[in-house]
Design a protein around this ligand. Sequence first.
Ligand code: SAM
Length: 288
Amino acid sequence: MVNYKSIKLSPGLYFVSTPIGSARDITLRALDILANADVLVAEDTRTLKKLLEIHDIQLKNRKVISYHDHNGNKIRPKLIARLEQGKSIAYSSEAGTPLIADPGFSLLTEVLSLGINVTGAPGPCALIAALTVAGLPTDRFYFEGFLPNSKSQRELKFRELKSYSGTLIFYESAKRLSDTLLKATEVFGADRQGVVCREITKKFEEIRRGSLKELFEFYHDKIVKGEIVFLLAGAGNSDIDQSEIDRNLKRALKSMSVKDSAEAVALAMNLPRRDLYQRALKIKIDGD
Ligand code: SAM
């Protein structure tokens, strides 16, 4: 049984989000678009072809055109010519949502400037997937994408963001994780809470929560592999004294459940209950 419909797509450019790990994380509408677009374009043609194969979508006589940072200027006019002929084009980046730390922005602006129809097939996005499970506040957040390569630029960026009170989100590489955690510990302080979301939706998915000191201690002597989203609690949460929170939680845990302890300390210290629940849980598990 195929999961897509045969439909006639309106002319225009379709930005199609694709899985960030598990191949089944794709919407039925995304499959419809990939099955029916006149032209298929991908940042990584092999990845898209594999995805089509998994979902039993035939290429028929369509080629998958490669479009990425290095050939964009050359390929864009060709894609625009097809759009001007009234064709539908589906574009996917290597994984997740196109344009989010991925190519596609110049294509979008040029197509918009010509008054051509643009639409999206929303779906997986690593930063949202990470934020959803991290356990840090989700009401306000700042997404930086990848930090600069140079150590001094990275430190500068951290200093700029130090007093931001919403959750901070970064894309990070496995080989740089340790360095980043060390620098973050220096700038934001050892007690600032962080979360490392690794390999989300994949076989070795790992979500590790803790203070920056704890995260650094865990990762610094390990060979880390895979893809990573690194999140940091906003400034408000870290300005308070973590050791005082821990003392109060430990005292409360002697006579109360994890949930009640978190609630009582949150109330007494005017702190978010959700954050304290995670902390209380960790203290309880570590203490057992
Ligand atoms: N467009 C993608 C999106 O919507 O998230 C992001 C593309 S960016 C080139 C790739 C980075 O996203 C990775 O280096 C990593 O930081 C993050 N990422 C992608 N997939 C991930 C996953 N399954 N688990 C953790 N991080 C992931």
